[in-house]
Ligand binder design. Structure first.
Ligand code: TXA
Ligand code: MG
Length: 330
């Protein structure tokens, strides 16, 4: 049985974590599926509940700097500057791990990813539990990350001990992951803290994530499919209105995610219209999950550029569509 906890019951969630149980909780990015990072059985249960490959490492969530000192062997100066500026917040930093962090948490690596979330519920839960909390996004592996408690219920009901309902996540996409173990910091996943914000503080930052604009992964295929709803997703680069018309002829339930200046065919009943990049980020995963519930056959999502939060939107879009684009060539 999975308990649904209100914000007044955080102490119950904290106790479950201390006892080695699994508790999903809200963060400012997406919901996390938490367990005591120092309890091997608890951490293994996270991988089981999600169906997650064991070589994909977890982020350890902390609420104070003392916890950080115990988990890493070295805090580079650059990391201190970043933490001052962006913690608590949607920035995950990869450090060299201490002995305390098991290879189960680190997916076999010698490093550990650490984040101090900004969401007050997450911070309070971690403080009350008194332990570092390992937490991937609280979705079944491969599905879009959950941005409200109901989506966690949809994926995890019966598989975990409790879910804390903290409403909607404001960022809507996961944290930025930055490796600070080398000379030049490496951006492993674009997210809530933007590339521009990082370079402003650090100078040079190397982009090391899978989808820089049109670059296809070295070996395309299912391995890269991620953040994927059940419906087929196509990212539309241009000629959007015409392509909607074509799809409305071909499919029964066409769903669209786009900006307000696109005129949408009246046959198309499933739509999410956005007005800003931050709104696009906030609704992207929830739109995909809602469209699945409404039996969409195909989801057409408008492409974005590389600036600001758009880089994170693009990264999630390209992976969720499995590099399936529509582009009219002249
Ligand atoms: O916003 C977020 O980061 C959310 C909330 C719950 O905090 N968490 C999240 O976790 O997105 P997850 O497990 O879904 O994604 C963590 C990412 C994965 O791509 C993983 O491979 C990478 O971080 N990662 C974790 N530890 C790493 C490490 N030591 N080195 C390199 N990448 C690491
Ligand atoms: Mg995830």
């Amino acid at each position: 049985m999975t308990k649904l906890l209100s914000l007044k019951q955080l102490n119950i969630g904290a106790e479950i974590l201390r006892q080695g149980g699994l508790v999903a909780f809200p963060t400012e990015t997406v919901y996390g599926l938490g367990a005591n990072a120092l309890n091997e059985t608890a951490v293994k249960n996270i991988f089981k509940a999600k169906g997650r490959p064991s070589d994909n490492p977890l982020i350890v969530h902390i609420a104070d700097y003392d916890a950080l000192n115990e988990l890493v062997t070295e805090i580079p100066e650059k990391a201190n500057v970043l933490m001052d500026k962006f913690w608590p917040g949607p920035l995950t930093l990869v450090f060299k791990k201490s002995e305390k962090v098991s290879k189960t948490v680190s997916g076999g690596l010698d490093t550990v990813a650490i984040r101090m979330p900004k969401n007050p519920v997450a911070l309070e839960l971690i403080k009350l539990s008194g332990i570092p909390v390992a937490a991937p996004s609280a979705n079944t592996s491969g599905k879009p990350s959950p941005t409200k408690a109901q989506y966690v219920v949809d994926d995890m009901s019966g598989k975990i001990d409790a879910i804390i309902d903290g409403g909607n996540c404001e960022v809507g996409l996961e944290s930025t992951v930055l490796d600070v173990t080398g000379d030049v910091p490496k951006l492993l996943r674009p997210g809530g803290v933007t590339f521009e914000q990082l370079t402003e503080v650090l100078g040079e930052v190397e982009k090391k994530f899978e989808c820089n604009d049109n670059e296809k992964p070295a070996s395309p295929g299912m391995k890269y499919k991620h953040y994927a709803p059940d419906a087929k997703v196509v990212v539309v680069k241009n000629d959007f209105e015409n392509y909607i018309n074509i799809c409305c002829e071909k499919y029964k339930n066409v769903a669209v995610i786009c900006y307000g200046d696109i005129k949408i065919n009246e046959k198309c009943k499933l739509k999410k219209v956005v007005n800003s990049p931050s709104e696009y980020a906030e609704i992207l995963f929830s739109a995909m999950r809602d469209f699945d519930k409404q039996n969409a056959d195909i989801i057409l999502a408008q492409d974005v550029d590389d600036t600001g939060i758009n880089l994170a939107i693009k990264n999630r879009l390209y992976r969720s569509c499995g590099y399936n684009f529509y582009e009219k060539t002249k």
